[in-house]
Design a protein around this ligand. Structure first.
Ligand code: G3H
Ligand code: 13P
Ligand code: ZN
Length: 283
């Protein structure tokens, strides 16, 4: 059965490793996430983005994930990524998600506090854990300068107040990462992360982690990050393999001959990430 993210993160935070949260959008990726975790004997989080929900539907993602978790030899959690509203959070909870993110980062501070607090009240009442975002993480394709991006970094003092007022279980922080493919190498603000860690005593979450050098991920984990989100690197591996198969066999019409190898490639990259996060053999 699916476990909560809070239970996975509490242990990870205490023991100094991170649990990988991998984005899924179809059956093959759900299967790859759980197969990789089993191969590494690691806990794992399957997460569904807004795009995944739009593409596959909450019901399909929930059914696929429950099926994958049912016989898994490792703890598996199902998490809503960047949840947009109370309604969406409730729909996910109704479908058996064990954790939700409410992303109020686009709102002013007090409104972010208010919506997050509401979600925490309702989710906690039914044993579901909650992640929130303070500061703005954004995308690598956003047309903004380095200075403009820094203006959206998480303020440590605000983070302290935010966590105290909302009772949230984990906090996504903006410290220099972004969603998608980086043009160069991202530069993380570790001083800021250390400050946040000093003032906030709950697991922190690193978004936009695809393409962040392994050493930086490890350093972030040593500074309180206990959940690391990966999507883009899975897409690259999955679609890269599909492309390779199709280039070799342009006449292939059996989807299984294309998606099967893609699933294997996804398993490989997810296993590599799990090893970097230090969660192998922590199941
Ligand atoms: O939330 C960030 C994901 O990496 C991408 O989301 O599936 O909505 O494009 P998407
Ligand atoms: P990447 O696609 O950059 O790995 O980001 C994933 C993420 O943060 C999902 O919330
Ligand atoms: Zn994200």
């Amino acid at each position: 059965a699916l476990v909560t993210v809070a239970e996975l993160l509490t242990k990870a935070y205490r023991e100094g490793y991170a649990v990988g949260a991998f984005n899924c959008n179809n059956m093959e990726i759900v299967q790859a996430i759980v197969a990789a975790a089993e191969a590494e004997n690691s806990p794992v989080i399957i997460q569904a983005s807004q795009g995944a929900i739009k593409y596959a539907g909450i019901d399909y993602i929930a059914a696929l994930s429950h099926q994958a978790a049912k016989n898994a030899k490792v703890p598996v959690a199902l998490h809503l990524d960047h949840g947009t509203s109370l309604e969406q959070v409730m729909a996910c909870i109704r479908h058996g998600f064990t954790s939700v993110m409410i992303d109020g980062s686009k709102y002013p501070f007090d409104e972010n506090v208010a919506i997050t607090k509401k979600v925490v009240e309702l989710a906690h009442a039914v044993g579901v854990s909650v992640e929130a975002e303070l500061g703005k993480i954004g995308g690598t394709e956003d047309d903004i300068s380095v200075d403009e991006r820094e203006a959206f970094f998480t303020d440590p003092e605000e983070a302290r107040e935010f966590v105290a007022r909302t009772g949230v279980d984990s906090l996504a922080v903006a410290i220099g990462t972004a969603h998608g493919r980086y043009k160069g190498v991202p530069k993380l603000d570790f001083e800021r992360l250390a400050k946040i860690r000093e003032l906030v005593h709950i697991p922190l979450v690193l978004h936009g982690s695809s393409g962040v050098p392994d050493e930086d991920i490890k350093k972030a984990i040593s500074l309180g990050v206990a959940k690391v989100n990966i999507d883009t690197n899975i897409r690259e591996a999955f679609v890269g393999k599909m492309r390779e198969v199709l280039e070799k066999n342009p006449d292939e019409i059996d989807p299984r001959k294309i998606l099967g190898p893609a699933r294997e490639a996804a398993i490989e990259i997810i296993r590599e990430k799990i090893r970097v996060f230090g969660s192998s053999n922590k199941a």
